[in-house]
Design a protein around this ligand. Structure first.
Ligand code: ADP
Length: 272
């Protein structure tokens, strides 16, 4: 019987799925907590799926399938997916670039002559937003969290350089963050809203990630960074911070459409 190849990236927070329908790739997402739903969907949708799977939860996922799945090395799959999306979206990706995958955590990779190498990472990532964001505000839903954050003012929680210099000449731009969540005295006088707190969490995550990424780009002589991961979904605040700082450093940021599916696409396109 004809088999349909399905690429799956079973991550810490989300299971991403990619498959061909005519000449287009179709995408699906499920929460990793509800792996059973993803599996029911798979068998309800396809009679005879040939599953190629990658990601931290791939083993767990594969054990629940009725037929053996092909296991795909995650970082290579992501790299393959990025190259595919970049070609499709007509980005002229250079031979030497970095990709930064902002998933539950953050993983940083150098690509030279199409081969990737993991050069670093950080536990600060999308999981930090939903975990720390929940602790600070009690909000559990991701969509609501990012929606709230878009109306927040980080300035009610973060201390800027100009807040310290109070009008005196500062050696660096007054608009830079001097201390994330550092505005303690003003916060006592006027507690920040949930929206302000979430905007400040996103600001802190973005600044940490972009700082590490730019240091690595300088170290490896890279002037092109591809940012991917579901943490950018409906989250323009995070994208804007990372984009702005990357450009300020003279490095070109690229946010690929459907970039969060790079791993699933790479699994789908894995050699037979
Ligand atoms: P992983 O592969 O580790 O699951 P992803 O690239 O899928 O990582 O990114 C996960 C992050 O994406 C979450 O930590 C959260 O910040 C964000 N996110 C986007 N959409 C959702 C959603 N519907 N539910 C939960 N988190 C989401």
């Amino acid at each position: 019987m004809n088999q349909t190849k399905i690429g799956i990236d079973a991550g810490g927070t989300l299971v991403k799925v990619a498959y061909w329908e005519n000449d287009n790739i179709v995408y699906q997402t499920f929460p990793s907590q509800a792996i059973g739903d993803a599996i029911s969907w798979l068998y309800n949708t396809f009679k005879n799926p040939a599953v190629c799977i990658t990601g931290g939860k791939s083993q767990l996922f594969a054990e629940k399938l009725t037929a053996p799945a092909e296991m795909v090395v995650e970082f290579d799959a992501t790299n393959r997916g990025i190259q595919f999306l970049a070609d499709q979206q007509r980005y002229a990706i250079e031979n030497n670039f970095m990709f930064v995958n902002v998933g539950t955590g953050t993983s940083i990779h150098l690509v030279s002559d199409r081969e990737q190498q993991r050069i670093g990472g950080s536990g600060i990532g999308g999981g930090t937003l939903i975990g720390l964001g929940y602790l600070l505000t009690g909000v559990e839903d991701y969509a609501w969290m990012v929606q709230l954050a878009s109306n927040g003012d980080r300035g009610n929680a973060d201390l800027k350089v100009k807040d310290i210099f109070e009008g005196a000449l500062s050696p660096i731009s007054g608009d830079l963050t001097a201390s994330n969540f550092g505005k303690k005295e003003s916060m006592i006088a006027q507690p920040p809203s949930n929206a302000d707190k979430l905007a400040a969490v996103i600001g802190m995550i973005g600044e940490v990630i972009v700082t590490i990424s730019l240091q690595m780009a300088a170290q490896h002589n890279v002037d092109f960074i591809v940012y991917i991961g579901s943490s950018f979904r409906s989250n323009p605040l995070l994208q804007d911070i990372i984009e702005e700082y990357t450009r300020l450093a003279g490095t070109e940021p690229v946010f690929l459409g459907n970039g969060e599916y790079s791993g699933a696409i790479g699994a789908l396109l894995s050699p037979d």
